[in-house]
Design a binder for this molecule. Structure first.
Ligand code: C5P
Length: 226
């Protein structure tokens, strides 16, 4: 007797965050960005000068830090990831964190700790959770499972637009495609709960679809299935 859960998985740059956010706002559910949690740990690892392949040191670090979620005022239904009381929303989106996060997220001990936390937060349901292993591993009994995908060219274009909006230096599409492909490869080929489409997930290719179109499709599935 928990509230429904919508699981959204997919490769980097498929539009998961934007869409998950909109779906959550429209359905008045809580939005849980699990990638932000792996990013926050990665930020900590880099801050401490720990090597990304040093699982022991990383596990030790994880056990000492407390990741909290606090409801943000704007937008209403999203949660802010805080580490020991600090809001890291900007730091965790840096190029450095992005290029190291897959290595950190591949460690079993890191995943166990974060998945446990995600499951605790999801106990009562009522959330849209977004990541790589939500439908397969974190919430295998989610009522609605979506696998968002898009061509690599489209995903690189979106990343480039994000960078432009943030006033970051220009990176070529070719370079971005390479970085995205590399991260996807690592996420799909790691041993512990790799990026995978759950058997019963609905796959949506978002090439040529707007955010509101994708959001509408998911809401329709939700209303149909609940
Ligand atoms: O979604 P986002 O790009 O913020 O995710 C950052 C990274 O965190 C992914 O590339 C992946 O390595 C890791 N991740 C994961 N499992 C999740 C969510 C994110 O391994 N559920």
């Amino acid at each position: 007797n928990r509230q429904p859960i919508i699981a959204i998985d997919g490769p980097a740059g498929a539009g998961k965050s934007t869409v998950a956010h909109q779906v959550a706002a429209k359905l008045k559910l809580v939005y849980l960005d699990t990638g932000a949690m792996y990013r926050a740990i990665t930020w900590l690892v880099l801050q401490h000068g720990i090597k990304v392949d040093d699982e022991c040191a990383i596990a030790e670090l994880v056990s000492h830090y407390c990741i909290e979620l606090t409801p943000s005022e704007d937008p209403l239904y999203s949660l802010t990831i805080m580490i020991n009381g600090n809001n890291l929303n900007e730091e965790i989106r840096s190029v450095e964190v992005t290029s190291n996060v897959s290595a950190v997220a591949s460690h079993k001990s890191v995943r166990q700790a974060l998945v446990k936390q995600q499951q605790t937060w999801g106990q009562k349901g009522g959330l849209v959770a977004e990541g790589r292993d939500i439908g397969t591993h974190v919430f295998p009994d989610a009522e609605v499972k979506i696998f968002l995908n898009a061509s690599i060219e489209e995903r690189a274009r979106r990343r480039q637009q994000d960078f432009q909006r943030q006033g970051e230096p220009e990176v070529s599409l070719e370079q971005l495609e390479k970085q995205i492909a590399e991260r996807d490869w690592k996420d799909s080929n790691r041993e512990v709960s790799p990026l995978q489409k759950a058997n019963n997930a609905i796959e949506i290719n978002t090439d040529g679809l707007t955010v509101s179109q994708v959001t509408a499709i998911i809401i329709q599935k939700y209303q149909h299935l609940i």
